[in-house]
Ligand binder design. Structure first.
Ligand code: NAI
Length: 537
């Protein structure tokens, strides 16, 4: 056995690999354990890039990158930050979807905590096994609705791991304060239940009181073990997501990015649209196609923003309309869920979406229906008939479910559409002009909100913070951006964008009295000082 602490080579947080200096190698007993040469981080990044370029399939790159994260965290984050547009899709969507589906087969050492319902009475002990004592952020899933892929059980852990990578890469939340968790309440995925390599509980999901008690035990234990924790709920099934958020949002520091982050980025798009379309936000009228969990989250946030801009709640609700599988949401319908009722209006029933547009005259349509192609030529043309610059947001994922393509929106609107989608679309050339379709990606919102929460140690997470984040994202779009069809910032600038958003959100947190730290004289400097930078110590 070596008399030295050369385990440092196995500690991803402190490991520098070939960048250890000769002095450090002597100090830690690393001489001979590394090639004799001392390299800069730039050289190490070049080697990472060359290796990545050798892999053909994104999943291979994902496996390589997560292995790097588990061996040299600093190098991993420096690599991602060096080219976010290139690397983020490899560590998060779309690649993470396949990684989750195959987690049981590609699993190596994972930086995550696995809490099974069998351990319900022992959760505190499990949390205490995590080597870091000051955890501030957890992203937690039960794996029931992973992206558009359905129930992946504990293989859904790839999502919390990926999301927390984004917190650090996109907004500088220090990785040592983050903890990915999966709650294993079983799975209804038959393929997994029959797969000997599935690493989760081999039983059907529990639901109802048993599930709620499990979640309650988790919330209580984690707040006890990590008193400054903020819990982000991720990819729970819609019914559970809404219920859990409502239950805990006023009791602990918590939010749901699927609902609030998505809602904020959609709201940011509507704000940007209003900035450049000549109609104030108050004059916007939004018609949803699809009236499920996503529509509800966005609609609530829009109502908050309308109220912030001076409308009463009743007036705000007048500006939000919805259409679902049974037609327009009108008061005379008796099949509406409770959460849908505030958005039902005194109006004639209709099953014709295109015709409803001519009647309601929305400034924006948002598709969250999962019905690919639903925004047909008639729909887009009717939007043009009632708007100079119609806002068209087909938000359903994946691409095959998008209510229309970018090309269709720009072509059918003759280049007038203000367009953003849930899934990415390539730039479109229409009549010699190139349009860059926006993607309503939560990544502009949640890492920045997370940084503000981390820095201020916010006691609660409110919708107002997300409205502030939406405004701050929209503010960063210049006229030139907009002229090129951009309604969201470029991903290459994500750290700078997130920093600006976090400053605004932190101001809001201080103003609302929700911060646990003293308000600093200069919030910009304060936020900057809290941001992680991947450099060797
Ligand atoms: P959900 O199942 O809760 O709601 C779907 C809604 O669409 C229901 O109201 C249903 O009645 C309606 N619908 C279905 N078929 C229809 C039809 N033929 N005509 C009219 N309405 C119809 O689903 P959820 O969770 O609201 O998600 C919807 C979509 O939004 C998914 O594709 C999801 O990927 C996407 N989404 C996108 C996000 C983004 O950031 N772009 C974030 C969250 C969800």
């Amino acid at each position: 056995m070596s008399e030295f602490d050369n385990q440092i080579l196995r500690d991803p947080r402190r490991n520098k690999g070939t960048a250890f200096t000769i002095e450090e190698r002597q100090k830690y007993g690393l001489m001979g354990l590394l090639p004799n040469i001392v390299e800069t981080m730039e050289t190490q990044i070049r080697r990472v890039q060359i290796q990545l370029d050798h892999f053909e399939r994104p999943i291979q790159k994902y496996i390589y990158l997560t292995a790097l994260l588990d061996s040299n965290e600093t190098l991993f984050f420096k690599t991602i930050i060096s080219d976010p547009a290139k690397y983020l899709p490899l560590v998060y969507t779309p690649t993470v979807g396949e990684a989750c589906e195959r987690f049981g087969h590609i699993m190596r050492q994972s930086r995550a905590l696995f809490i099974s319902i069998d351990q319900k009475d022992n959760i505190k002990a499990l949390l205490k096994n995590w080597p870091v004592k000051d955890v501030r952020f957890t992203v937690v899933t039960d794996g029931e609705r992973i992206l558009g892929l359905g129930d992946l059980g504990i293989c859904g852990i790839g999502i919390p791991i990926g999301k927390l990578i984004l917190y650090t890469s996109c907004a500088g939340v220090p990785p040592e304060h983050t903890l990915p968790i999966v709650l294993d309440a079983g799975t209804n995925n038959e393929t997994f239940l029959n797969d000997p390599l599935y690493p989760g509980l081999k039983k059907k999901r529990v639901s109802g009181k048993e599930f709620d008690d499990f979640v309650e035990a988790f919330v209580s234990a984690i707040n006890e073990v990590f008193p400054k924790i903020c819990i982000q709920w991720e990819d729970f099934a819609g019914k559970d997501a809404i219920r859990i958020l409502e239950k805990y949002r006023d009791k602990v520091s918590t939010f749901n990015d699927d609902m609030q982050g998505t809602a904020a980025i959609a709201t940011a798009g509507i704000i940007t649209g209003s900035r450049f379309s000549g109609k104030s936000f108050r004059e916007q009228r939004i018609l949803f196609f699809g009236a499920g969990a996503a529509a509800f989250g966005i609609a609530e946030m829009l109502v908050h923003k309308f109220q912030k801009d001076g409308l009463s709640k009743e007036e705000a609700l007048q500006n939000v309309w919805m259409f679902d599988i049974n037609g327009l949401l009108v008061r005379s319908r008796n099949d509406l869920a409770d959460y849908q009722k505030p958005f039902a209006h005194d109006s004639e029933p209709s099953n014709d979406f295109a015709k409803s547009i001519l009647k309601i005259k929305p400034t924006a349509i948002i598709g969250v229906s999962t019905v690919g192609g639903a925004f047909n030529q008639q729909v887009i043309e009717n939007m043009c008939a009632v708007n100079e610059r119609p806002v068209i947001f087909p938000y359903s994922n994946p691409t095959s479910r998008s209510e229309c393509t970018a090309e269709q929106a720009y072509t059918w609107s003759k280049g007038k559409a203000i367009f953003a989608s849930g899934s990415p679309f390539a730039p479109v050339t229409f009549e010699g002009k190139i349009f860059r379709p926006g993607q309503g990606n939560n990544v502009y919102i949640f890492p920045a909100v997370g940084l503000a929460i981390f820095a201020t140690e916010a006691k609660r997470v409110t919708d107002e913070m997300f409205v502030t984040a939406a405004e701050a994202v929209a503010e960063q779009i210049t006229e030139e951006n907009f002229a090129n069809g951009l309604i969201y910032p470029l991903i290459d600038n994500i750290l700078e964008v997130s920093y600006n958003v976090a400053v605004k959100v932190a101001e809001k947190i201080f103003e609302s009295g929700l911060a646990s730290v003293k308000k600093p004289a200069d919030i910009r400097t304060f936020i900057k000082s809290k941001m992680y930078e991947p450099k060797y110590q």
